[in-house]
Structure formats: structure tokens, C-alpha cells
Ligand binder design. Structure first.
Ligand code: TYM
Length: 336
């Protein structure tokens, strides 16, 4: 049976190559398998750290245009904004009853993000993974395409669903499976390959943005940190995170295995050839997306209309789950 696919993405115009390879290309592929494939721009999650309200609206539209430019088709998937579907926040609250405070406190992302806050560590930051669980569970999705960094959140989500079913009725919620890509599940920062590529924790020079122009992309790859092996050796190995990262990026954007990239570059003269090859492949991959983005981003009325139509379809599914959950939990009036 075709799975219900669900994934969420934060609203920002600075989506990077990690988001693109680890998640966005999987969303596009999921459109043909998902029944349906549902993708959500998570504006509510974005309010858990300091932010500017007008900016948030603009970033949602940036992200919508990026996703459409990457190949999401509103006829073949449901694309919507989280804040348009109130069922997410309601289910989040209901799920807190089966979520342990200790588990939330232990989440790595909560620890990292709360340590980075200079002023307020919001309760929203602590509840972030519960809202994420609500996002997925509201649609009874079976499959969640994400990068490696979301593994802990996915495990918590599975625990929440299992505990909810044990407490309120087996089969009420679906325990989802994580879907991590074979290559590119963890794209690394080009300057500090021991870290993941990230908008918040990474370096500017080490982060390739989906909307970077070709010259900037080439410059970033040419300056990528590799290693000092002499002679240089192009292979994938835990001790060679910089080289492995470049090989995996090239493999992912060319649609081949890391092994065949290594074989192809067997006669390369040093790391320079690898850097140029990956830079050119990434620039070529992103050029048509950027072109389409420029054509889409200015028509805000059209983008809002796409999100509104997606929200109506999303609400139709989520409201059915919420009615079952409320009934099972004894919340609100009895079902007629
Ligand atoms: P966000 O917006 O930070 O990231 C979007 C997707 O990109 C993946 N990703 C990466 N993949 C490979 N290498 C990297 N360096 C890299 N960095 C990011 C992420 O794993 C993610 O799949 N919490 C989520 C948004 C969310 C969500 C959900 C996801 C909200 N509700 C429900 C799935 C299901 C987030 O912050 O994604």
C-alpha cells in the first residue's frame, strides 16, 4: 500500500545544500509514492526562538517558492503552512499528556538551542519536538523523510505515538518510520567538516545556500577543508570527513554511488580536481532551480493561494484524526 508521507521544513530563504540533499530531493521523489505526500512549512516552530513577525511571513514565501522551484507540484502533493491548520497546536497540547518532561530535557537540539539563547529560553523550545510529533501524527503518516539530524526527534515521536495508543486505544495513531537518504543524510560544513552544515551553527563560508550564485558556490567549494594526506587520497573514511563530504555531495547531486565517484576520480591530481568537480555539479544542479525561483517568488498572491489550497486539504485529513483523539481522550462534547 502506498504510504502517507509527511515532512516539515523551517521557513527561511537561506535553505542550504544539507536541506536540499537530505530532505528536499526526497520530498520531490515522495510525490510519486505518497498517498498523499504532505509537506509543511513550520512557521509555528520558527516562533520558538527570537524572530521578527514581518520577516517570518516573507521567509515562509521564500521557502514556498524554493520548494516549488525544486519540483514540488501542488497537484501531486499537499504543500501548506503549519499555522494555517489549528489541529497541529491542538494535538500538540493533547500529546503533552503522554510526553515525559525528562525526555524533552534530554533532547540534543533543545540543549544546543537553549544554550545558544542569550535572553529567553522559551517553553516553546522545550515543546518543539511535541509539536513536531503532532505535525506527523495528525496525518497518521507512515513515512517521514528527513536528514540524520532529526533522528532523535523521530524516535521521541514514535515513543509518543506508542504511549498514546497504549493509554487511549491501540491503532488510534500510526507509529511512523523515519526515511533517511542513502547518501547525503548528513551534509557537513565545508569549513568544519566535523559539524553538520547548518544555518545556525555553521560557518558562512562552509555553508552553500540553495540560492548562492555559481561564482559563490565555486569559491566555497574551492576553499573547502580537506586533509593533509600526502599524496592526497580520495576515498570515504571516518578519518577523512572533509573528503568524504565532498565525495558524498558529488554522488548525491549526480545520482550515483560514492564508490563510483571515487573510481571516477582515481586519476585526479589532488583534491583540487575533486573540489572543482563537486562545485560545478552543484552549481549546475541549482541553476535551473534558481531560475524558477526568481519566476515564482514575486507573485505573492499566487504563493498564498497555493498555501491556502494546501491547508484546506491538510485540514480535511487532520480534523478526522483530531475527532478520534478527542473522543478517545474524553475531551470536549461526546461525539454525536
Ligand atoms: P529544518 O528546516 O532544520 O531542516 C529541513 C530538513 O533538512 C534536513 N537537514 C539536513 N540533511 C542533511 N544534512 C544536513 N546538514 C542537514 N541539515 C538539515 C533536516 O533533517 C530536515 O529534514 N524540525 C524540523 C522541521 C519539522 C519536521 C516536522 C520534520 C517540523 N515538523 C515533522 C519532519 C516532520 C527542522 O528543523 O527542519
Amino acid at each position: 500500500m502506498a504510504p502517507i508521507i509527511f515532512s516539515g521544513i523551517q521557513p527561511t530563504g537561506r535553505k542550504h545544500l544539507g536541506n536540499y540533499i537530505g530532505a528536499i530531493t526526497q520530498y520531490v521523489a515522495g510525490q510519486d509514492r505518497g498517498e498523499p505526500a504532505i509537506y509543511c512549512i513550520v512557521d509555528l516552530h520558527a516562533t520558538t526562538v527570537a524572530y521578527d513577525p514581518a520577516e517570518l511571513r516573507a521567509r515562509v514565501l521564500d521557502t514556498t517558492a524554493i520548494l516549488l522551484a525544486a519540483g514540488l507540484d501542488p497537484e501531486r502533493c499537499i504543500l501548506f503552512r503549519q499555522g494555517d491548520v489549528a489541529e497541529h497546536t491542538e494535538l500538540c497540547w493533547l500529546l503533552t499528556s503522554v510526553t515525559a518532561l525528562g525526555e524533552l530535557n534530554r533532547m540534543h537540539q533543545f540543549r544546543d538551542k537553549s544554550a545558544a539563547q542569550r535572553e529567553l529560553v522559551s517553553a516553546g523550545l522545550l515543546l518543539y519536538p511535541v509539536l513536531m510529533a503532532a505535525d506527523v501524527l495528525a496525518y497518521r503518516a507512515g513515512e517521514v523523510p528527513v536528514g540524520e539530524d532529526q533522528r532523535e526527534h523521530l524516535e521521541l515521536m514514535r515513543d509518543i505515538a506508542t504511549r498514546f495508543n497504549a493509554r487511549f486505544g491501540e491503532g488510534l495513531l500510526v507509529v511512523p518510520e523515519q526515511r533517511i537518504p542513502a547518501v547525503g543524510a548528513r551534509v557537513r560544513d565545508l569549513q568544519s567538516p566535523e559539524r553538520k552544515m547548518s544555518t545556525t551553527g555553521g560557518s558562512e563560508q562552509g555553508t552553500v545556500y540553495v540560492l548562492d550564485d555559481a561564482t559563490t558556490i565555486m569559491k566555497k567549494f574551492k576553499r573547502a577543508v580537506t586533509d593533509s594526506d600526502d599524496p592526497p587520497v580520495i576515498r570515504c573514511d571516518e578519518d577523512k570527513p572533509g573528503v568524504t563530504n565532498l565525495v558524498e555531495i558529488l554522488a548525491a547531486v549526480s545520482g550515483v554511488s560514492s564508490d563510483s565517484v571515487v573510481q571516477e576520480l582515481a586519476s585526479a591530481r589532488g583534491y583540487g580536481d575533486l573540489k572543482v568537480a563537486v562545485g560545478e555539479a552543484v552549481a549546475a544542479e541549482l541553476a535551473p532551480l534558481q531560475e524558477r525561483y526568481r519566476g515564482l517568488r514575486d507573485d505573492e498572491v499566487a504563493l498564498e493561494a497555493i498555501l491556502a489550497a494546501g491547508a484546506a486539504k491538510a485540514r480535511a485529513i487532520a480534523s478526522v484524526t483530531l475527532a478520534d483523539v478527542r473522543a478517545a481522550m474524553g475531551v470536549g462534547p461526546p461525539r454525536g
